[in-house]
Design a protein. Sequence first.
Length: 334
Amino acid sequence: MFREAAEAPAVVARLLTANRSAAQALGAELRANPPRAVVTCARGSSDHAATYAKYLIETGTGVITSSAALSVSSVYATEPKLEGVLYLAISQSGKSPDLLAAVEAAKQAGALVVALVNDENSPLAALADRVLPLHAGPEISVAATKSYIAALAAIAQLVAAWTEDAALTQALDELPRVLSQAWALDWSPASDRLKAAHNLYVLGRGVGFGIAQEAALKFKETCGLHAEAFSAAEVLHGPMALVQEGFPVLIFAQDDQSAAGVVALARSLATRGADIMLAGGGEGFDALPTVSTNPNLEPIARIQSFYRMANALSILRGHDPDKPPHLNKVTETI
């Protein structure tokens, strides 16, 4: 896990160069024939990348974006109505039967299927109308790291090409360097404070919510630590009832319109005695160090720093981060 996560800067540099022409061509196609909606299709970490895609696409293009319930096709055999829809299938292996069934149904329903997949020779790549390879190379650790970051970068590159966002495009060119800086940051205060934890919340908002979901999953699978991810807005409802003295909360913030509200939430949780670990959003709360870049890319840098900490925390808690119990690298859900 440590070695593969450390490869992310090189992976992203390779992806951005190799996919540039394909992303630009697809972006031009989407401008010429705007989709009436976007549907994402993914499981696990890839579905957390899809959450990032939802916020980036909706804020950048205004096109409604939602996640497909794969069992609608794979279990209930329902025929979707997807004419004029962009269907984004995101996967490391491209082999899960339920994902393939959903993609096949989407193609038959008239969707334009775009696959973001690490294995270019996978059944998913063969099914898709367009393929944006993740170029992450072999990933042996069960816990996805570099392939997840590659999916985020591929999504950002596609949206930048689609919207012709010059600022985002320029920031993407710097993303490999930013990821190298993020990998070098010291998040050991968080691993020290979470070594004996039993439960925690992981919070994010907007384009940062997907990495909160991803971090919560990594806590569970690599550290044996129960973590729940919430939107920084949603946690104000029922979940707030569990927050008491010493309850750990990891909060991701990026420097966009959501920052003020996320920091205000951190202060509110602190008054209830929560142990706040804040990544981004300014100083205070013994903030974890972060790298600044285009706000839409800051979540990618945050999760890179997190992966190094999660690997260390797993070992501190007596786990093997590469071999989580009861899990396989490819999950073949029906």
